[in-house]
Design a protein around this ligand. Structure first.
Ligand code: DAT
Ligand code: MG
Length: 138
């Protein structure tokens, strides 16, 4: 069977805070393979498709506005069990309670905003990974 792939995004807060290198370092040090990588400014249409599952939730609008606010680094990442493994590296959604040792736990915090600025996105299932990789990498 083919090696698993996932979509990782370094969100606008990660790029703005110059944490791109630190985040890539952690991913590479863990042993996953960078297959493709691009920096882009996401438009609303792409973000609406990416976050379709969250439409209508209270944090949806602030989330899309935040994701539109600056450049994003999109990564096609490969490795056995990389979907689960990257989410483990990233830590819990809420950076305040994300475990120390994780990207979010070590490098992100609550800024008192309506949306969690938690540095990274990782696909949550094989189905999501396929769908999201097609959106961001075509
Ligand atoms: P994850 O990014 O850990 O997969 P998710 O898919 O549930 O989390 O949510 C997508 C993003 O939306 C998340 O990274 C940050 C934001 N978010 C989620 N739940 C939130 C909440 N209760 N309050 C504010 N922002 C939230
Ligand atoms: Mg998610």
């Amino acid at each position: 069977t083919a090696v698993e792939e996932t979509l990782v995004l370094i969100k606008p807060d990660g790029v703005a805070r110059s944490l791109t290198g630190e985040i890539l370092r952690r991913i590479e040090a863990k042993g996953y393979s960078l297959v493709d990588l691009r920096m882009l400014q996401a438009d609303r249409d792409l973000l609406a498709q990416h976050y379709a599952e969250h439409e209508g939730k209270p944090f949806y609008e602030p989330l899309v506005e935040f994701m539109e606010s600056g450049p994003i680094v999109a990564i096609r990442l490969a490795g056995n069990r990389v979907i689960e493994g990257f989410r483990s590296l990233a830590g819990a959604t809420d950076p305040t309670t994300a475990a120390p040792g994780t990207i979010r736990g070590d490098l992100a915090r609550d800024w008192g905003l309506k949306v969690q600025q938690n540095l990274v996105h990782g696909s949550d299932s094989p189905e999501s990974a396929q769908r999201e990789l097609a959106l961001w990498f075509g």
